[in-house]
Design a protein around this ligand. Sequence first.
Ligand code: PEP
Ligand code: MG
Length: 588
Amino acid sequence: MTFSVHGLAVARGIAIGRAVLMASSRVDVAHYFIEPERIEAEIERVRLGRNAVVDELHRLQTTISLMGPKEAPHELSALLDVHLMLLQDEELITGVKHWITDRLYNAEWALTTQLEVLSRQFDDMEDDYLRGRKADLEQVAERILRYMKGVGSPTAPPTSGKRKTQQDLLLDDSMDVPLVMIAHDLSPADMLQFKQSVFAGFVTDVGGRNSHTAIVARSMDIPAVVGARSASHLVRQDDWIVIDGDAGVMIVDPSPIILAEYGFKQRQGELERGRLSRLRHTPAVTMDGQKVELLANIELPEDAPAAVKAGAVGVGLFRSEFLFMGRRGHLPDEEEQYHAYRRAVEGMEGLPVTIRTIDVGADKPLDDSVRDEAHLNPALGLRAIRWSLADPAMFLTQLRAILRAAAHGQVNMLIPMLAHASEIRQTLSLVDFARAELDNRGVAYGPIKLGAMIEIPAAALTLKIFLKYFDFLSIGTNDLIQYTLAIDRADESVAHLYDPLHPAVLRLVAETIAECNAQGKGVSVCGEMAGDTSLTRLLLGLGLRSFSMHPAQILAVKQEVLRADTARLVPWAKQVLDAEDPATVLAG
Ligand code: PEP
Ligand code: MG
């Protein structure tokens, strides 16, 4: 039966494919594709985990049999019998083997996927007692997962070069169709792992339009919907799914007519992209001759070639924290970071690269296992520069690596989430200290321009201080909106209030641009507003000439720039700015 689920549109386009359901688990589970050579080893890891749990339960049974009925009631022994029986269940074992062998899931992912399949069978059972056994099944699977976590920890996820093998294998396996990922939640680190993978689209139950998970989905340029509430409960493994990333809708089990309609839309989208690609080498200049700089936001050095290909004239935001995520405590050292930054610089073929220092915390935990649950308001807590200043050794390592990469090309350094003059002064003295350390070691480094992100209202309201210390500013509208309006950018339940066009947000953006222009300092917008074509004319009218966005959005924004006449946009932008309801003026 066809039905649809509505969520928030985060990445445009249409995807049609079979559902891969990523089950949520109380135990932290890594999800990645394995190399075909590892199939046997992964099956063995699950087997060892299961055997260990069977042994543990047998030992418990023996202990219980030595106790009296008071200390060890009969129910306890019966429960252990049930758990042992579930552990021997053929469907659990063959299912796990199937996901490893045919889909190349790592062992933990295969186990949680099969657990989800079986849980749903339990849900459908009429008998109350049998339905209640679902909880037991979850418990045994969690025991196995915990055991597997302790020993034989997962191998490193595959790199981009291995993509072809996985894809070929998946497509050979009677699955000659694209796959789409449906999950309750995906962390930015999970998304990063899927960046090079085979998925044609994503849907998650939770998340806001500008959550970091959504941002990574957008950077992958594949259709995605977040905040689709119960999507992961309504979909079953291998269901046919249409994801409409423009409308924010997922259609499950589409009828042939619906499929044909979306197939048509998909082809239209491809034609439009083909048409836009002709603008790649056209300079971004408005009708009245204003030059506009269109830069790329990247997450990994490997994203640089796509940025060049999309016609970016540099990187305006390299979110360096993605190098630090999912590392299970082993953060990259100076050498590894230096090589990563250098790869990005060289990948940009002489174009400038703005590297933002680490911005972890809030919805970007370093590891899923250390999600910031200890703090009630992580977005207001130890995040970004606050994190760096709290750990100067870690920060200095990064500063040295960035300075060294600057010997290989034009590098700018961007500092996130500054609000206080004292933080600015501390940061600058650490940059000087990092230079002195490199001098002492006799290591080469290059000159950098230093910039600050304006993403806290306090920063936007004290621009003079920022302009005194920094060479350029970059407006992080994603956080600026979050902190101005007190709306959690990752929370779908308040997503309708997350409004880039709120007069307060517009005023902070407009004043930052105007002040920088007046002082002849560089200013750009690197939040999602920069890549939103419905806002290009407004930002141009406010005086912005530098936009940084996902490479996939550059050509569409360039098209807007080419059609714009800034002389006419200036008075209109002023009207939008002064309006009680700017969206109405913008639309009119
Ligand atoms: C922003 O806040 O607008 C920004 C670009 O930084 P991030 O989205 O990584 O927080
Ligand atoms: Mg930010």
